[in-house]
Every structure is written in C-alpha cells, then in structure tokens.
Design a protein around this ligand. Sequence first.
Ligand SMILES: [Zn+2]
Ligand SMILES: [Zn+2]
Length: 172
Amino acid sequence: MIDLHVHTNFSDGEADYKTIIDLAIKKGITLIAITDHYDPFDIHLKNRDTTEEQLAQHFRNIKSYSSDKNIKVLCGIETCTDTYGKLRISESVKSMCELIITSPHYVEFNGELKIGDYYNDDYWEAYKRKVLNMALGEGDILGHCETYLPSKMMEMPGESTFAVVRKSRQSS
Ligand SMILES: [Zn+2]
Ligand SMILES: [Zn+2]
C-alpha cells in the first residue's frame, strides 16, 4: 500500500514526521509522500508564514530520518494554484519538491457570500472552472477534487471546514 497525501504537525497534521514514518512502516506501507500545506497566498493557512528555508529543513529532517528505514518517503507539498492552474510557489520550492499536490483550497470569486449559507450557485460555477484549470495545469496530483468545498467566507465563527462540508452535504 502507498499513501501520497500525508500531513504532519509541520502544517495541520497531528503527529510529527517521525511518528508518521514509524506508523507507516508498522502498517506495511511501502511508499509515503509527506505533503504538508505550503502556500504563502492562503490567508487561512495556519503555517502560511513558513519560509523556504524552514521547508527545506523539514525535507532534510524527513530524508535523514527515513533514509535507513524500510520505506520510501517522498518530500512534497500540498498547495493551491491561481485561477488558471499555475503554481504560486518559487522555482526553488518547485525544485525541492518530489511531489506537488494542487488542491482547490480557495477560489477567486468576486460575488457575495453569506455566512451560514453553504451553497452558492455562482460560487460553485467558479469553483468548477478553477478545478478544471487545476486538473490541466501545473503540479503532479489534483487533491480532493471530488467534492464541493464551501468557501471559508461561508463558515460560521469557530466552524471547521470539515464540519461545513458535512453540513453542506446534508442540506443538498
Ligand atoms: Zn491535505
Ligand atoms: Zn487540502
């Protein structure tokens, strides 16, 4: 088994990279890609201030910990593109990543969104357009493209994206 989309506590995951690598080995996984969030343009991202040097150090730590272990570990990121599917990261970050997952974490949308109103037709159209551009655009894998993801602007205070996705599915 392989897992090409793993977060550590470097971004919004719960465990550190050592725990995750050890657990993957224990479960018999032969290849994982550690793809923490990295996106200086995502205003909602907890670790948006991560520097390129911190990312490089994170990758070095992962490589040195996993090099003599019975598992292949790729170092990559999960990030969002611009509206045309172009990556918004520097050439140096691109070159240090072995895998880049592009996920629609935000959508360029100028229309009005209401808090607590999780579905909006115009937003959904903009969302679909962007996901199609991302599918044809840069990066290696398109992440969680299978579903409508409400905008953060629709969330009630204190709500998580997961809670909102669950609610929007129940109401549709
Ligand atoms: Zn993710
Ligand atoms: Zn994601």
